[in-house]
Design a protein around this ligand. Structure first.
Ligand code: MCN
Ligand code: SMO
Length: 798
């Protein structure tokens, strides 16, 4: 990967904001010393297995347990003291689903847990599961979102009036603007259902701590404080009697930002038997029972003028919500994000959108890196290319005129998103220059020597990040994020502990939060320990999701350090026999009148030599907890343009990515190396969405990809060299002007790559591809379809 840097590079401290500090967390992972749930050993630990439904929709008629294993088999009716998982949204029209910890009465997707078993080893627990017989009575299966939507009986949830979780309607002056259009462009797009495939799947270990008289739950989760709240609630415990610890987590990507049934079940076992229990998801369970993301269907009608200026957009979005709404984000999040973010970085005034989330017999939809924005970016960016085709202009020319212009910032768009800052057209122009779009056109005209077709594609997107109270309140989720708190505490030897309620599971926050503290307090990064992910040790945060941790918890770290600093200065001044106003902090030392003391000496005075302290010392000492949220909580809008050139083999349908560029602006970067790593990881996942990943279902709702031989993932050879360029337009709303960016990379690749492949295939008159994943078979079909259409047209003309 190569990078360039523009705008406002900070002069900066060597380890402060803007420095490429190597990640503190890497050493333990590179040496195999990470501490994951599966690594833990505990005396008397029982491993848990689940008997899962083999059917997608069926009544449970009878369950028979072999008496030999009855003592270590649990069914729903034995868990009377555990509540179902209910994640209701306050959005109008919302229909409530109740997800039992173990199926009761009926099953609603293949892989739904029906019983759990435990034994000293997982293999024995799985053997026990074999000794349970379940009689099912088949019900009609809703494997397809549109037939589910039309169904009137045998609904996924018996008490509902239809299979629709929620419908959202938006209409902003649609008719008035659509009436002015010269061209109307219609397209349909579809994103396949996917898994998230973190290296580590679900993992939970729970035990009863008799000394603390509390349930302790080690869980691979992004949101330990929220899991504590909901476990306490569903298990009927006081919150003070539940501690949740999220240790090292091997990737999460949204999969681990919700309460999982298995977490609830294992916590219940520990609460009930007062012994340790553990469950580790295996790959097959993940692939079959965890296919829960991305599946969106779009019908887009764009109304534009003759130059391709978008005047109005009419969209119908259907989300395959699966069987259950997930806590706390609910299935309302997906349509809510989709309807609000579909307009993306564009400036137009007429908008009509109907978005539905429909219940089907599949695993419940879970937020996945990009959350709805990967889908809406795909839809709007393919539509932009379609408009360009219709009006006979280059796709980037049309985009440059449609993008919100820098002089319009801050800009409130048609869905009331507050785009805070930046220069969208400049990012696109830079991406075009880096990918050499004009050069590609020239080479296209000549053709490649090997007969492959060359194509170039672009996409520009916004990544709403760190959206807070007001935004979640309109989505009506059961939990609304507010103030994130951080505690900073100088240790007696002058080091620093930073405690945050978010969790870092690959984002590098053990390093970047230390950089924030270093910027303000001057303590070396090596002496700053970021403690996270333990409700027993950290202040409250709703957790890590929505690319919010840096802005929210990082903002709190900054504020806490700023509050701590004057207290340290006050003590330092006394030690230096100076007044606080004369004390300066440089290179980690407090200076006044030609003398200096270190933080070590200040800490030593506070903790161990109080006779040296000033009489009016602040008795709160060298420890501060602060709650923070940005001044404006509508989210900051990171944006980027990504572009690619591809070569498509018309004989085999194979696509090669020849070049990939990113021009991104997440405001002030805390650590550009981390930003680049985050972006690259996201792009790798986006390439998976574009080309490889899909869990197809048959008509009976059976998932057809159950191993990594049929669920295709990109590997190192499928990920191209990327070139990256940074703009840094500070956000007006946040500490240091930083914007969140952890999801961004994953938003654009499907749009970029489909546009590039469709561009290449124009040379052979192929039909436009608009269904993920873009497989060689689909490329060949598009070519054949295009040829058949041309033949019909010729025949008609003759
Ligand atoms: N950063 C920075 N400068 C900025 C913005 C961010 O240096 N201007 C750094 C931050 O300090 C942090 C990282 O980049 O170390 C990501 O920060 P942020 O954008 O605040 O995102 P979060 O920390 O809240 O992470 C959540 C986000 C989401 S929602 C998903 S999904 C996702 C992602 O992060 N899951 C990931 N990145 C992931 N990366 C890994 N390795 N594993 C996952 O599961
Ligand atoms: S999908 Mo990320 O956890 O918001």
């Amino acid at each position: 990967m190569t990078t360039e840097h523009a705008h406002g590079t900070r002069a900066g401290k060597p380890e402060g904001i803007g420095a490429r500090v190597p990640r503190k967390e890497d050493a333990r992972h590179l040496h195999g010393k990470g501490n994951f749930v599966a690594d833990m050993a505990m005396p008397g630990l029982c491993e848990v297995a689940f008997l899962r439904s083999p059917l997608a929709h069926a009544r449970i008629v009878d369950v028979r347990v072999d008496p030999g294993v009855a003592g270590c088999v649990i069914l729903r009716d034995q868990m009377a003291d555990a509540a179902d998982i209910v994640a209701d949204s306050s959005l109008p029209t919302y229909q409530s689903s109740a997800q039992p910890p173990l199926a009761s009465g009926k099953v609603r997707f293949v892989g739904e847990p029906v019983a759990m078993t435990f034994a000293p080893t997982r293999a024995e627990a799985e053997d026990h599961a074999e000794l349970i017989d379940v009689d099912y009575e088949d019900l009609p299966v809703y494997a397809d979102v549109f037939s589910a939507q039309a169904a009137t009986d045998n609904l996924v949830h018996d008490q509902w009036k239809d299979n629709v979780f929620v419908t959202l309607n938006a209409d902003r002056e649609f008719d008035a603007y659509a009436a002015q259009a010269d061209v109307i462009v219609r397209r349909q797009m579809r994103l396949a259902r996917q898994c998230m495939v973190p290296m580590e799947g679900k993992a939970v270990l729970a035990y009863w701590d008799h000394q603390g008289d509390q349930l302790v739950v080690y869980s691979a989760t992004q949101v330990p404080h929220m899991i504590r709240s909901i476990l306490a609630q569903t298990l009927g415990l006081e919150q003070g009697r539940v501690r949740v610890i999220s240790p090292d987590v091997g990737g999460a990507f949204g999969y681990k930002c919700v309460l999982q049934q298995e977490e609830l079940c294992v916590a219940w076992l520990a609460k009930t038997y007062r012994r340790p229990f553990r469950y580790i998801e295996d790959r097959r369970e993940h692939l079959t029972a965890g296919a829960n993301s991305r599946e969106h269907h779009y019908e887009m009608v764009a109304y534009a003028d003759r130059r391709g200026k978008l005047l109005a957009l009419d969209a119908r979005i259907t989300v395959d919500g699966g069987a259950y709404s997930v806590w706390p984000f609910t299935i309302g999040l997906e349509p809510g994000q989709a309807v609000g973010n579909l307009p993306g970085p564009y400036n137009f005034k007429g908008y009509r959108c109907v978005t539905r989330a429909v219940a089907t017999n599949k695993p419940g939809f879970v937020p996945y890196r990009g959350v709805a924005r990967t889908g809406v970016c795909f839809a709007i960016e393919l539509t932009m290319d379609a408009i360009a085709r219709e009006v006979g202009r280059e796709p980037w020319e049309v985009r440059l005129e449609n993008l919100v212009q820098p002089e319009q910032m801050p800009y409130v768009n048609v869905t009331n998103k507050h785009l805070d800052s930046g220069d969208y057209p400049a990012s696109l122009r830079k991406a075009l220059e880096m990918i050499d779009a004009q050069g590609v056109r020239a080479r296209q005209a000549q053709g490649l020597a090997d007969g492959r077709l060359l194509g170039v594609g672009v996409a520009t997107y916004t990544e709403q990040a760190a959206h807070g109270t007001s935004v979640f309140a309109t989505w009506g989720t059961p939990v609304i994020p507010g103030f994130d708190q951080a505690t900073v505490r100088v240790t007696p030897d002058g080091g620093l502990e930073v405690r945050v309620g978010v969790h870092s599971h690959g984002q590098g926050m053990e390093t970047t939060f230390a950089q924030i503290a270093n910027e303000i307090l001057g303590i070396p990064v090596a002496r700053i320990k970021v403690v996270h992910g333990d409700t027993g040790q950290t202040p409250f945060s709703t957790g890590t999701y929505a690319s919010r941790s840096l802005v929210m918890s990082g903002g709190a770290v900054s504020q806490a350090c700023k509050r701590l600093l004057p207290r340290a200065v006050h003590i330092a001044a006394h030690l230096l026999q100076a007044t606080p106003a004369d004390v300066e902090l440089a290179d980690g030392r407090f200076l006044a009148q030609g003398r200096s003391v270190s933080m070590d000496e200040v800490a030593d005075a506070w903790y161990l030599r109080p006779h040296l302290l000033p009489a009016d010392v602040d008795t709160s000492g060298l420890e501060v907890t602060v709650g923070y949220k940005p001044k404006v909580d509508t989210g900051c809008f990171t944006y980027a343009s990504q572009a690619a050139t591809v070569a498509v083999d018309p004989a085999t349908g194979a696509v090669e990515i020849l070049d990939y560029v990113v021009v991104e602006d997440c405001g002030t970067m805390i650590n550009p190396m981390v930003v680049e790593g985050q972006t690259m990881g996201g792009i790798a996942q986006g390439i998976g969405t574009a080309f490889y990943e899909e869990t197809p279902y048959d008509a009976n709702g059976q998932p057809l990809a159950s191993t990594l031989a049929d669920y295709m993932l990109p590997g190192p050879t499928e990920i191209p060299h990327m070139r990256m360029h940074h703009f840094e337009t500070p956000s007006p709303h946040t500490e240091f002007g930083a914007k969140g960016m952890g999801e961004g990379g994953a938003i654009a690749p499907p749009a970029v790559l489909f546009n590039a492949v469709n561009d290449a295939l124009r040379a052979v008159g192929a039909a436009e591809l608009a269904h993920t994943p873009l497989t060689p078979v689909r490329v060949l079909q598009a070519i054949a379809e295009g040829q058949a259409r041309q033949a019909t047209e010729r025949a008609r003309a003759a």
